[in-house]
Design a protein around this ligand. Structure first.
Ligand SMILES: [Fe+2]
Length: 451
């Protein structure tokens, strides 16, 4: 879905534009108050398609400030200035002079997103759909034609074919496009499903063909985890994302069942070239499951449940990995986030628990573990004193997830990254209830245990 930022202080006109853009173009309209809010959003959401901005908001020369920002950051976002445009070069912006002319603005947006005038009249959908370039590193062949979008003028784009269906390519080829600044390839909308199924099948096959003890296992698992999380956030649970989830979780459970010794496994994960979210999730699943083993209550069903909880706990923070490092209210306050981001972090456990209920394969009760994974039973915020009131499995999960967080933070701080003892000490300090201490002792014992 296309995303368009709208800066407009006339409420009625704002509403009119939002309604028409979302209805006729199917794009999401993100309201922002002034230039500062726009540039802040652009720095974290670089995939915005267009910005509609009134020339001035109050005394602020908003359009000028945003234009300067786009020039400096070299971002290819179309700027539509409503009213008097600031001095500009040809092709730098689209100017709609009449501040009431919403129809022209909607038409420009339709053009940018590839929605044709005929389809605006009927039920519009963009002809070509963007696919993040990063996904092309995961495959070496395409099942369908792949295009790149070329800018012809400020609001006119052409789609040029780059690969035919069945073409093979290697990572260097994709890297060359990336080096030239390309962020997305495009596929025709009729082939989107075909393409996403192909990537998913390819990843699943690769994981199935990798030996569980092989050094490639962690890397392949990390690739699939990252891809699956992003796809789930974008498309929800489809047959492709369900298959990916099941494969990743199946492998996590298999690894726990086979692995005789935890600290070696944690170091394999921590030393792999992979994302923070993957490392944190996989480590949480390993620590929590080993804890159950140590307690003599380890069963495949429980491992499976813990792996699901580990996979999904921070899924709503996929685009903001650093936010998943926050595990206390004090850290949240110290992070100085914008109001919207603060809300996103504060509610992320609740959001993830709502998402998992839409997965028909998820084990019963996993949403409750996800909701309380920072100790708060309502999924909002953090608590370290409420642990004893949570069910046993959840309690173990909370401590395992927080242990994984400090373990990873310790790696960042220490050049050696191998000394484990201080991490467990931090946890003993943080969680001082009897139940927490009992579980932390189990984790400590498991860490020291050799095969
Ligand atoms: Fe979290």
């Amino acid at each position: 879905m296309g995303q368009i930022i709208l800066v407009e202080d006339n409420e009625a006109f704002h509403e009119l534009l939002t309604l028409n853009i979302s209805t006729y173009i199917g794009a999401q309209v993100i309201a922002r108050k002034d230039a500062a809010e726009v540039t802040a959003l652009l720095s974290i959401l670089p995939d915005i398609d267009a910005i509609i901005c009134k020339s001035k908001i109050g005394a602020e020369p908003s359009a000028q400030i945003i234009l300067d920002y786009l020039r400096e950051s070299l971002q290819e976002v179309v700027l539509i200035v409503v009213g008097e445009a600031p001095p500009h070069q040809e092709g730098e912006l689209v100017n709609v002079k009449d501040p009431q002319d919403w129809e022209s603005i909607v038409k420009v947006c339709a053009k940018i997103l590839g929605v044709t005038p005929e389809s605006v009249e009927k039920k519009p959908r963009p002809e070509y759909v963007p696919i993040n370039l990063a996904n092309f590193y995961l495959i070496d062949r395409t099942p369908c034609e792949i295009y790149i979008r070329i800018k012809k003028s400020a609001d006119d784009f052409q789609f040029v074919k780059r690969f035919h269906g069945g073409d093979t390519f290697n990572k260097q080829v994709i890297k060359r496009y990336e080096d030239q600044g390309l962020k997305h390839f495009h596929v025709h909308r009729d082939f989107l499903k075909n393409f996403t199924n192909f990537v998913s099948d390819h990843l699943v096959l690769k994981l199935d063909q990798t030996d569980i003890d092989s050094p490639d296992m962690i890397t392949n698992l990390a690739d699939t985890f990252d891809y699956a999380s992003k796809e789930i956030l974008k498309f929800g649970f489809t047959s492709a994302t369900l298959q990916l989830t099941e494969t990743v979780i199946g492998k996590m459970v298999q690894i726990v069942e086979k692995s005789p010794e935890m600290s070696g496994l944690l170091h394999r994960i921590i030393n792999s070239k992979s994302s923070y979210l993957y490392q944190h999730s996989h480590m949480t699943s390993v620590i929590a499951s080993q804890c159950l083993k140590e307690l003599g209550i380890g069963k495949k069903d429980a491992y499976n449940k813990l792996a699901y909880a580990a996979f999904f706990q921070n899924i709503s923070l996929v685009e903001h990995e650093d936010y998943a490092k926050i595990s206390s209210y004090e850290e949240l306050e110290a992070a100085s986030l914008s109001e919207a981001d603060w809300d996103m972090v504060f509610n992320h456990a609740l959001e993830a628990s709502l998402l998992i209920t839409k997965n028909p394969d998820a084990p019963l009760g996993v949403d409750e573990i996800i909701k309380s994974h920072h100790g708060a039973p309502n999924g909002k915020g953090y608590t370290k004193t409420n642990l004893d009131s949570l069910p046993g499995l959840t309690r173990i999960f909370v401590l395992a997830a927080d242990f994984a967080k400090y373990f990873l933070a310790h790696r960042e701080r220490s050049s050696e990254g191998k000394e484990l003892t201080p991490v467990i000490k931090i946890l003993y300090e943080k969680y001082q209830t009897d139940e927490a201490t009992r579980i932390l002792k189990v984790i400590e014992k498991t860490l020291k245990k050799k095969a």
